[in-house]
Write a protein that binds this ligand. Sequence first.
Ligand code: ZN
Length: 132
Amino acid sequence: MTHLTATELHTLTNELNRRRQDLIAMIQTGANDASHDNLRQITGEVRDLGDESAALQQTDLNFAEMENETRELRAVDRALERMKEGVYGFCSECGGKIPYARLKAYPTAERCTDCQTRYEALHGEKDGTPSL
Ligand SMILES: [Zn+2]
C-alpha cells in the first residue's frame, strides 16, 4: 500500500505519537492557565484597567496558542488515521507520493509540494505544513 519502508513508517509513527503526547500536555497546561486567569478576574485580584487589559491579552494569547495546538493535534490524528487506512504518504489532492524527506520534516503533511503550493496560493494561507 504505502511507498515507505517499514523503518520509515515506524520512525514517522513514533514521531507523530510523541508529538501527540506533547500537544495534549500543552493543551492541558494552557487550559489550566486560562482558567487560572479567569479565576483571578472573578476574585477581583485584577485592580485597575491596565491590569485588566493585560490579563485579557494574556488570556487571548493562551486561547490563540491552544487553538494552534488543537489544530495541530487534529492534523496529527488525521495522519495517524491515514496510516491505519494505508493511505499515509500519498498526496490528498493528486494521489502522488509525498517524499520521505518531506514527511520526516512534516509528518502531518497531507499534500505533495506542488499541491501544497497550489493550495496556499488558492486559499491565501498556510495550513501549518509548509510547502518546502
Ligand atoms: Zn499532490
